[in-house]
Design a protein around this ligand. Structure first.
Ligand SMILES: Cc1cc2nc3c(=O)[nH]c(=O)nc-3n(C[C@H](O)[C@H](O)[C@H](O)COP(=O)(O)OP(=O)(O)OC[C@H]3O[C@@H](n4cnc5c(N)ncnc54)[C@H](O)[C@@H]3O)c2cc1C
Length: 395
């Protein structure tokens, strides 16, 4: 009998095509076309740098095969094939095939920071319970526009009834939603991720519902579908996803939460969870939140009602008449004195969420604040990352 080999594959049903694995692979063994991201078995040596940066776990699939699946086959897949019958495992040695011409070359590489483990005190998340091929169906309870008329970004608060559905969530996790319909090749559209903006026990405690915070992207397939949903509509959810960007269950923990736009979603959930289970803990939460103007800042009204002593709010607005432009990183710099003493405290957790474009600027200012209190940022960041205290989720 031929010995089986173990092949590294990416699950096309779970992959969100963020290409983080391609950036991380030191061997350039990961490629993509318009449909799938795939691993070249001829190059992959199981080095594993790609595993950590993957936000979904789609990368972490190892299949016993009689002979490795070719790149051409993988690029066409809509789901992973079955494994061969178990047998002896040997490493893949032989090249399988040349990369087909249709495979897009890997662009210039930017190394990502390694993914942080969850905070040590975080609750254990349930992940990948429902695959995109076998989603659960839930009902829309409400759809509310959060931003003012004429706002540059239109953001909606979507409430979904999870009644009768087994879908346990934690704050910081996200759901998968595929826009209905098929592309011109007859394939389902890849799913998009949306962060849950309500706490684990529900948008309304005990009512079995969750909320999402969704920005309508011009021509965006999934975001337009979601922002147009009406009360009573049915939506198919896969997931839950996310096993790292979670909150600590520790009254001593101090959270610095930095976001723009829909990046507020996990921090709304963190804050509501704190309000429900640690209402007496003061000074634990700092929120840095950037938007064009107050009417474009989701949850501006409700946030204003949370006492400063419970949630310190640091808003930055970049388009308010008569005021200088201020971005979230500027606000961090301006209010550095209030958070600098937290750097180096082992109870401090830093979370960044929102548009990718802000990440580098925010991290640069964190470095400046760290230096101002005599902490080497690279060392501190590595230490916090390894301890599950530094988390970035940008998209
Ligand atoms: C872990 C994770 C969590 C996420 N959480 C949220 C969330 O809570 N709320 C939310 O609204 N989104 C969130 N997103 C982004 C979301 O998954 C989709 O990428 C986004 O809604 C666009 O999907 P679409 O199908 O509407 O657009 P597509 O049809 O995929 O794209 C249409 C066009 O818009 C451009 N485009 C795509 N995304 C953006 C963007 N963000 N800004 C500007 N242009 C864009 C594309 O380049 C393309 O030209 C999250 C993403 C990840 C990876």
């Amino acid at each position: 009998m031929n010995a089986l080999v173990k092949q590294h594959l990416i699950d096309p049903e779970i992959c969100i095509r963020c290409h983080a694995c391609e950036e991380a692979c030191p061997k350039d063994a990961i490629l993509h076309n318009d449909d799938n991201v795939v691993v070249d078995a001829a190059i992959c040596d199981g080095e594993m740098s790609c595993i950590g940066p993957c936000p979904t776990g789609a990368i972490d699939n190892w299949l016993m095969v009689a002979s490795p699946h070719s790149l051409e086959a993988q690029l066409e897949w809509m789901e992973l094939p079955e494994a061969a019958a178990p047998a002896e495992i040997t490493p893949v040695e032989k090249p399988i095939t040349e990369a087909p011409a249709s495979v897009a070359p890997v662009a210039t590489k930017k190394k990502r920071a390694p993914k942080s483990p969850p905070p040590a005190s975080a609750s254990e998340p349930v992940v990948n319970m429902h695959s995109p091929g076998r989603p659960v169906e839930v009902t829309v309870q409400g759809n509310y526009k959060l931003t003012g008329d004429g706002a540059e970004a239109e953001i909606h608060h979507i409430v979904l009834s999870m009644e009768g559905v087994d879908y346990p969530v934690l704050e910081g996790q996200h759901v998968g939603i595929s826009p209905p319909g098929k592309n011109e090749k007859g394939r389902s559209y890849p799913q998009r991720r949306y962060t849950i903006s309500s706490p684990r026990d529900g948008e309304r405690a005990g009512k079995g519902n969750i909320s999402l915070t969704v920005r309508r992207i011009p021509d965006g397939l999934a975001s337009n579908y979601i922002c147009d949903l009406k009360r009573g509509d049915k939506v198919k959810l896969s997931g839950p996803y996310g096993d790292s960007f979670l909150m600590p269950n520790d009254p001593k923990a101090r959270l610095i939460m930095i976001c723009t736009g829909t990046g507020a979603a996990p921090f709304r959930a963190f804050t509501m969870r704190h309000q429900r289970v640690m209402p007496d803990v003061q000074g634990a939460l700092h929120l840095f939140f950037g938007a064009r103007s107050p009417d474009q800042l989701p949850y501006f009204g409700p946030l204003g009602k949370v006492p400063e002593s419970f949630l310190a709010k640091h808003f930055a607005f970049s388009r308010v008449d008569g005021q200088p432009k201020q971005y979230v990183q500027d606000k961090l710099r301006q209010d550095a004195a209030t958070i600098a003493p937290m750097f180096g405290d082992e109870n401090t957790y830093i979370y960044i969420c929102g548009l990718k474009a802000m990440e580098d600027d925010v991290v640069k200012v964190l470095g400046e604040i760290s230096a101002s209190v005599g902490q080497d940022w690279d060392t501190l960041r590595d230490e916090m990352t390894a301890q599950g205290r530094f988390h970035v989720e940008t998209y």
